[in-house]
Write a new protein. Structure first.
Lengths: 174, 246
């Protein structure tokens, strides 16, 4: 088949076939191991990652749901509790305010009665003071007007009458 | 192989025998296939070097795309049970396409040697026989040749043998015709340069063969690699029982 070191154009050469088979097998091993082996491994790892991520997401979701129900329970119980607290506080405040009002009322009553007493006392004092004042004024006036015409006896009788009249209500109203 | 063009003869040679080992010819084809292997292995090692699960580099994306594409094609034509064939399909496709594309560099394409394509077709042939024996049993395998009727047995055997022959000759013929036509074209263009008095510098051989090269080297190289791989997948896949669609 050889001519000048060349094979003929359409030839079947066993050496070439065997060596090409060996070459193909070697290339197959390299591609299988280094290309497909490595890439498939990476892809599988990535898929495993994705699966793991999904599982974790599901787990967190379930956990979150659990927490939510817990919190809802806690929240409703807290609401009840707070309502109770508010109710108690309101009751206490009512009692306290009632107490304060009663106290204030009693105090006000005592203040008023004391003031009334004082007023009455003051009035009494003013009245007696006025009696004395008026009697002396009347005496002075009487002395000036009647000087010598009225005797000592008449004089005294007149003054006493006058003083009696001063204590009357009728006079007071004038 | 020679062509007479007027008084001159164009000789289109087969692969040159570089040396002999244990009586086996180590030809141009084998040496160039080592070059092709080195290129492919280099590319594979480069692409899959330092791969990262979380932030893949561009070369890793390319590697993943190649693997996913081949896996997808094998899954479609052979079923997902036969994904073990995917690395072989990638091997034969890359070997074929790079083996044809080295002709762009002015080298003799590896696939332009009938021995190469015959070797690959033989692998396909034995894969088909292996798959049939594995699925039908050794008895069922031989009984299978007499179906649907015993009269068709010789035709079944011929069609079985025709598969590797047609596959290898198709691939070889397409690439080899490119070699022949390119050589004829060079001869003709050199002759044309002589005719117009430019024998020192054959100006017509620049540019014009490049246009043809795009078709014969790039297009044919890709097409034949694809056809050969698809036929291998289809024929081997057909040897397996139909997988239920899922």
């Amino acid at each position: 088949m050889s001519e000048n070191g060349f094979l003929s154009f359409l030839s079947i050469d066993y050496g070439t076939i065997i060596l090409v088979l060996i070459n193909t097998f070697i290339l197959f091993l390299v591609i299988k191991h280094f290309l497909f082996g490595r890439v498939n491994k990476i892809i599988e790892e990535r898929q495993a990652d994705v699966r793991k991520t999904y599982e974790e997401a599901d787990k967190s979701m379930a956990h979150a749901k659990e927490l939510e129900t817990n919190y809802n329970e806690l929240l409703s119980s807290a609401k009840d509790e707070s309502a109770e607290i508010v109710k108690n506080a309101t009751k206490k405040a009512q009692v306290r305010s009632d107490e304060i009002i009663t106290n204030a009322k009693t105090e006000a009553g005592s203040i008023i009665s004391r003031a009334n007493e004082e007023i009455a006392h003051e009035k009494q004092r003013a009245m007696s003071e006025m009696k004395n004042e008026i009697s002396s004024i009347a005496m002075m006036m009487a002395e000036k007007i009647i000087q010598k015409e009225i005797s000592q006896k008449d004089h005294e009788a007149l003054i006493n009458d006058f003083i009696e009249n001063v204590g009357d209500d009728a006079w007071q109203q004038k | 192989m020679g062509f007479k063009l007027g008084s001159e003869e164009v000789v289109v040679n087969g692969p040159k025998v570089a040396f002999k080992v244990f009586g086996l010819n180590v030809t141009e084809t084998v040496i160039l296939s080592w070059v092709v292997m080195a290129v492919i292995i280099g590319l594979v090692l480069f692409m899959t070097h330092n791969m990262s699960k979380d932030n893949p580099s561009k070369k890793q994306v390319v590697a993943e795309w190649i693997v996913e594409t081949v896996n997808g094609m094998v899954r479609d034509s052979m079923g997902s049970k036969n994904l073990v064939y995917a690395p072989y399909m990638a091997t034969i496709f890359s070997f074929s396409i790079f083996g044809s594309l080295i002709s762009v560099l002015g080298l003799r394409p590896v696939t332009g040697d009938f021995s190469t394509t015959l070797a690959w077709a033989l692998i396909t042939f034995f894969m088909i026989q292996y798959a049939k024996i594995k699925n039908d049993g050794i008895l069922g395998y031989f009984v299978g040749f007499s179906k649907p009727i015993a009269l068709l047995t010789p035709i079944n055997i011929i069609s079985e043998l025709a598969t590797p022959v047609s596959m290898s000759i198709r691939h070889f013929g397409n690439v080899a015709s490119g070699i022949v036509i390119t050589q004829l074209l060079y001869f003709a263009l050199t002759g044309l340069s002589h005719a117009v008095g430019l024998s020192v510098f054959p100006v017509f051989t620049i540019g014009i063969p490049a246009v043809l090269s795009v078709y014969f080297d790039l297009f044919t190289g890709f097409m034949q690699a694809f056809i050969f791989t698809m036929l291998t997948m289809a024929n081997v896949g057909a040897a397996y029982p139909e997988e239920e669609q899922h």
